[in-house]
Design a protein around this ligand. Structure first.
Ligand code: 3PG
Length: 211
C-alpha cells in the first residue's frame, strides 16, 4: 500500500482517476494501457464484477508504473481481498467505523466516501482526511464542496459521481479538491468493442482538462 501522502501527491498530479468496471478479465491490461496512453496513471478498479480482483492482479503485474486502487470496498473482507490482489489503495462509496477501524488496524490505505457533514465528521474523527465526495453531482457538486470547506478545512476530496470532462476544471479549482474520478472515460460499449483508441482519446481529453 502507499502512504496517504503519496496517494494525495499522485492523485493531485494526475487530477483525474478513472473508475473501472471490468466484466471481462481479458480487457484489464489493454484498458489500463489505453488509459495510461492518454496520460491517466492512477486507476480505481471497482469490486463490482467477479473478475475485479484478478484484473487488479494482472494490471499490477503487467503495468507496474501505474497506481492501482480497488473501489467499492464496503467491508473488511473486501478490503483484505483487495490488499491481497495487490491494490495500492482502497476506496469505499460510504463510510463505516467498522471498515475504517479494520483498515487502520491493518494499515490499509482507505479513501472513504462521504455525502453528508455527519459522515465527514465521523471519517475525520477516525483519522481519514482524504475523502471521496460521492455521488458528487447528486449531492450538490462544487457547491457542496464549498459548503464543507468552512466547517472542515482539514478535509480534502476526490469528487466522483456524475462528472464529465467539461466539469473537471471547475471541480479542481475548489480549494479542497485534489482530484476527480469517474467512469466517463470508459464507456461500456467502447470497452465491449475493444475500442482502445477511443478510450485513449477520452483519457487524453480528461487529462488535458486538468492542465
Ligand atoms: C463510482 O464509484 O461508481 C464512481 O463514482 C463512478 O461514477 P460515475 O459513473 O458517475 O462517473
Amino acid at each position: 500500500m502507499l502512504s496517504i501522502e503519496q496517494l494525495k501527491h499522485l492523485t493531485q498530479s494526475v487530477g483525474v482517476i478513472p473508475t473501472l468496471v471490468i466484466d471481462d478479465v481479458h480487457d484489464a491490461i489493454p484498458l489500463a494501457q489505453a488509459l495510461s496512453d492518454g496520460g491517466l496513471s492512477v486507476l480505481e478498479i471497482t469490486l463490482r464484477t467477479p473478475v475485479a480482483l484478478q484484473a487488479i492482479q494482472q494490471i499490477r503485474q503487467a503495468l507496474p508504473a501505474l497506481t492501482i486502487g480497488a473501489g467499492t470496498v464496503c467491508d473488511a473482507g473486501a478490503a483484505a481481498a483487495a490488499r491481497d490482489a495487490g491494490a495500492q489503495f482502497l476506496v469505499s462509496p460510504g463510510y463505516s467505523t467498522a471498515l475504517g477501524g479494520y483498515c487502520r488496524a491493518h494499515q490499509l490505505l482507505l479513501m472513504p466516501g462521504v455525502a453528508t457533514a455527519s459522515e465527514v465528521m465521523n471519517a475525520l474523527a477516525d483519522g481519514y482526511d482524504f475523502l471521496k465526495a460521492f455521488p458528487a453531482a447528486v449531492i450538490g457538486g462544487t457547491r457542496w464542496l464549498q459548503a464543507m470547506h468552512g466547517p472542515f478545512p482539514a478535509a480534502q476530496f476526490c469528487a466522483t459521481g456524475g462528472i464529465t470532462t467539461k466539469e473537471v476544471a471547475d471541480y479542481l479549482s475548489q480549494a479542497n479538491v485534489l482530484c476527480v474520478g469517474g467512469s466517463w472515460m470508459t464507456p461500456r460499449d467502447a470497452v465491449q468493442e475493444k475500442n482502445w483508441t477511443q478510450i485513449t482519446a477520452l483519457a487524453r481529453a480528461a487529462h488535458e482538462a486538468v492542465l
